[in-house]
Design a protein around this ligand. Structure first.
Ligand code: G3H
Ligand code: 13P
Ligand code: ZN
Length: 325
């Protein structure tokens, strides 16, 4: 059987256009939560319905192959229907996180994604421009939004890795945006992916808000994206370590810095690691306390409950997206 071509609007999904213009005007950020499985998606959507928050549900290349692309599209459609049946009109965007090739982005556009990221941040400037432009030319025919990245975050970005971060050069952003036609731009101002963002026991270096401001000046009103924005919630790290895990020294971005970013031109904040930590902490705790249990609904149910709590907290207290749908 041939793969069906589907447009995102047929799945009830939204692109990022209106979401970002409202976020820019209202001085908050749209949460972009990564998911790989049913419980994560249920939790994200439930929490966003309950807080009346717009949401970007995003999948990496790895998540897409883990979940199967057709299954994934149907899950996203199910998430929209679940929201509507609950009487909620929250806009939901399905986004490809860290797409690494034109072909992958095209395949996502063709299979119902409403937004894609082409991550050419590791490429020389002109190659990054050319790749992003090619994706924009294809995606925009279908109204699909495109995010690109300038500057390199420390840590592992799916298959793009960089030992040390290279901050975004503000003098490059205007030309990049003009030549590519992208809808949003991820920048590097000191965040990084994963649970080990900074050296344990040392003061957390503040984000480079000066670079962010310089970028804003050069592309006024243009949506900026922050990757690697998990706070690495210490309560989860402690639970994981208490119940047999070993995440000693895991640290993330303090919430007040994310609040400051959300009130600026940063319109999208990416969170994956905090969700992973919440799920892992609750499952470890469950297994330690009830070693006889083997019904996945029990321990995954607890993990889902915690993830709902986390997402509500982020929307209400950090990103400011609650009540903005
Ligand atoms: O930035 C990367 C995301 O956290 C996705 O990670 O490639 O392990 O799914 P992943
Ligand atoms: P964290 O690892 O900080 O959650 O970042 C996630 C991310 O940027 C996904 O693209
Ligand atoms: Zn990222």
């Amino acid at each position: 059987m041939e793969k069906q071509k589907v447009h995102y609007s047929d799945l009830g999904l939204s692109n990022t256009k209106e979401m970002f213009s409202k976020a820019m005007a209202g001085k908050y950020a749209i949460p972009a939560y990564n998911f790989n499985n049913l419980e994560q998606l249920q939790a994200i959507v439930t929490a966003c319905i309950e807080t009346n928050s717009p949401v970007i549900i995003q999948v990496s290349k790895g998540a897409r192959s883990y979940a199967n692309e057709t299954m994934l599209r149907c899950m996203a459609m199910g998430a929209v229907q679940m929201a509507r049946e609950a009487g909620s009109a929250i806009p939901i965007c399905l986004h490809l996180d860290h797409g690494d090739t034109f072909e992958l982005c095209k395949s996502c556009v063709d299979s119902g994604f409403s937004s894609v990221m082409i991550d050419g941040s590791h490429l020389p400037f002109d190659e990054n421009v050319a790749l992003a432009k090619k994706v924009v030319e294809y995606a925009h025919q279908f109204g699909v939004s495109v995010e690109a990245e300038l500057g390199v975050l420390a840590g592992i970005e799916d298959e793009v890795s960089a030992e040390h971060s290279t901050y975004t050069k503000p003098e490059e952003v205007e030309e990049f945006v003009r030549r590519t036609g992208v809808d949003s731009l991820a920048i590097s101002i000191g965040t990084s992916h994963g649970a080990f963002k900074f050296k344990a026991g040392q003061p957390v270096p503040p984000l480079r808000f000066d670079i962010l401001e310089e970028c804003e000046k050069r592309i006024p009103g243009f949506p900026i994206v922050l990757h690697g924005a998990s706070s690495v919630v210490q309560e989860y790290v402690a639970l994981i370590n208490q119940y047999g895990g070993n995440l000693a020294g895991a640290v993330g971005i303090p919430e007040d810095q994310l609040r400051q970013a959300a009130a600026s031109a940063v319109c999208k904040i990416n969170i994956d690691s905090d969700g992973r930590l919440a799920v892992t902490a609750k499952i470890r705790e469950y297994f330690a306390k009830d070693p006889k249990e083997f019904d996945p609904r029990k321990y995954l149910g607890e993990a889902r409950k915690e993830l709902i709590k986390l997402v509500k907290h982020k929307n209400e207290m950090v990103l400011g997206s609650a009540g903005k749908a």
